[in-house]
Design a binder for this molecule. Sequence first.
Ligand code: PLP
Length: 280
Amino acid sequence: RISYYNGQYMNHEEMSIKSGDRAFYFGDGVYEVIRIYDGNFFTFDEHVDRLLQSAEEILIRDVNRAEVVEILHEIKDRNVILNGALYIQVSRGIAPRDHGFPHLTKPVIYASIREAKRPLSLMNSGVEAVTAEDYRWLKCHVKSLNLLANVMEKQHAVEQGAKETILHRDGVVTEGSSTNIFMVKNEVLFTHPANNLILNGITRRVVLGLAEEYDIAVREEGFTVSDMSEADEVFYTSTTQEIIPVVKVDGRSVGDGKPGRVTQQLQEYFNKKITLLNSV
Ligand code: PLP
């Protein structure tokens, strides 16, 4: 497996990271995960755009788009992985440890690829989720490397044998620890608006596009944990997970406790979109 770090392509196992990399001390950087289906990138430009926007938001300014695009293609082409996930991170750079950052620091890019199968059985059966207070910072729209809160929130689910933690601020559902959350109530699809309290997921955007295309009513507005307990359907989305039905929240069944009809329709439309991508 060939990965990339700080100007060099090398064997993943032989790679060593510079000790002064601010990603290492501070999680000071941003990242993306991009899906590859049958050897083709999915929503490539959207991910590159978001990477550059996240970098800009935390004042990492001199990231070169053409360089990022080249590295992503090189990593895909130098590895023989047809269905996978490409990870890329941009750290602020290498410098002696100090919270304040020297403006001359040059961004350091790391990229690697791994095999990733579509989670077909979870997509069919649905999963259990739990809820917890969202205690993250107020710049959740930045895809930051600093994931400590998300890690702790995810572990909360893992320890209860659930797949995801659905986060809420004062009772209003924001998103999952690494996913966006949707609910369906009376044929209307609800999800939190794309502001500073959530990461505007690329899969979230694809789902909203599909809803529009197939005439499913959408309201991008906050709903509460209590609204969610009355929902007909709940699901979450992400690049690697696609669309996963949530059939139980905090031990209570959602709707009739099975993946819902609207969720299944969206999964089908999503499938079609992937198939189309690979037939051109
Ligand atoms: N929200 C958070 C906090 C995430 O970490 C992620 C992805 O990892 C998502 C949402 C889903 O985003 P995307 O669909 O772009 O993968």
